[in-house]
Design a protein around this ligand. Structure first.
Ligand SMILES: Nc1nc2c(ncn2[C@@H]2O[C@H](COP(=O)(O)OP(=O)(O)OP(=O)(O)O)[C@@H](O)[C@H]2O)c(=O)[nH]1
Ligand SMILES: [Mg+2]
Length: 339
């Protein structure tokens, strides 16, 4: 399974101590104070990146410490800042303080960054402590502690691909084939009552392991769903932010014609939101293994060609056509902008 929740321990770096030092010049045996300040400690930062879809990078390592600030030196030289720790997390990561539950950030955009543990300030060097009464202060500050905290990271996945279709079209079967998600599958309509997400890794299909996308399984739609028939269309909001839709058509259905399936689902999508209906949407014919009527295949092909789409045939049960579909999706998503 993929990791969508993790607790991390982060420690920012201690600030470096300020220096106690005095100027040395040829003519003066002991000049004024010139101790530089300590360097600031390194911070721990989280940055959202679109190249991740899970919190799996934190499976084994969950403790991170940033570098200490260096001590200040003579001649007013400031100590070097400690090295920051920058951790990459997927888009949709919600970050809370584990102790207080306080929401620290929700990282939604690529490159968005948040500092979760600030490095300690460097101590002031003795140069800051001279006064009219004390021209040779031997005092300098120690550096301050860096912040230390436990963080709760929770991933609210943003699906890339939404699955739509009639009940029983095989949406959940497909999701269980391509991801580690295990939605309930049964031969009656409305088996799926709540949206479920699965992470698809191209690595599982012989491709690049780092290439992943998220697929959303939602309940089936029927004619009149917009008016409340079946489970209605409210759950379509869960695929509103996806980048594209797959419309699964059961090609083995002896009653439902493919043209009809397309017309009904398109109508319901349109009724929910024209924006959703305008998203890129591919027709995918499922249950190829159980296809009785070869004429259906030809009609489905014609439907696809009329839309300028390559016909896609799969069987969620035998796995036929699934691997090419996954690669085709991966390739298309790589070209599509994210919101
Ligand atoms: N023969 C065959 N049966 C399939 C295939 N894919 C799914 N099924 C069967 O179709 C039935 C419905 O599958 P689900 O995956 O639950 O369908 P769904 O679209 O998620 O249905 P809802 O959740 O009710 O909307 C199950 O009995 C599956 O075993 C396929 O490729 N071939
Ligand atoms: Mg289902």
């Amino acid at each position: 399974m993929f990791l969508d929740h993790v607790t991390l321990h982060v420690e920012a770096g201690h600030g470096g101590p300020g220096a106690v030092s005095f100027r040395r010049e040829k003519s003066i045996e002991m000049g004024g104070p010139d101790g530089g300040d300590g360097g600031v400690g390194g911070s721990v930062l989280l940055r959202a990146t679109r190249t991740l879809n899970t919190l799996n990078p934190f499976r084994n390592v969950r403790e991170f410490s940033a570098g200490k600030g260096a001590a200040g030196e003579g001649c007013l030289r400031k100590g070097k800042a400690g090295v920051d720790v920058l951790l990459e997390v997927p888009l949709g990561t919600v970050i809370r303080d584990a102790a207080s539950g306080e929401l620290l950030a929700e990282l939604l955009n690529h490159g968005q960054e948040v500092c979760v543990a600030r490095g300690g300030r460097g101590g002031l060097g003795n140069n800051h402590f001279k006064s009219s009464t004390n021209r040779a202060p031997r005092k300098a500050q120690p550096g301050e502690d860096g912040e230390i905290r436990d963080l709760e990271l929770e991933l609210k996945l943003i699906a890339d691909v939404g699955l739509v279709g009639f009940p029983n079209a095989g949406k959940s079967t497909l999701v269980s084939r391509v991801s580690a998600a295990r939605p309930k599958i049964a031969d009656y309509p409305f088996t799926t009552l709540e949206p479920q997400l699965g992470v698809v890794s191209l690595g599982d299909f012989g491709g690049d392991e780092l290439e992943t996308f998220v697929i959303a399984d939602i309940p089936g739609l029927i004619e009149g769903a917009a008016d409340g028939a079946g489970l209605g269309i409210q759950f379509l909001r869960h695929v509103e932010r996806t980048r594209m839709l797959l419309h699964l058509v059961d090609l083995s259905d002896p009653v439902q014609e493919p043209e009809e399936a397309v017309r009904v689902i398109e109508g319901e999508l349109q009724a929910f939101s024209p924006v959703l209906a305008a998203k890129p949407r591919w027709l995918v014919a499922n249950k190829l293994d159980a296809l009785q009527d070869e004429e259906r295949r030809a009609r489905f092909e014609a439907l696809c060609r009329a839309r300028g789409q390559e016909p896609l045939f799969i069987s969620g049960v035998t796995g036929e056509g699934i691997r090419p579909l996954v690669f085709k999706l991966g390739g298309a998503l790589a070209e599509m902008p994210r919101e």
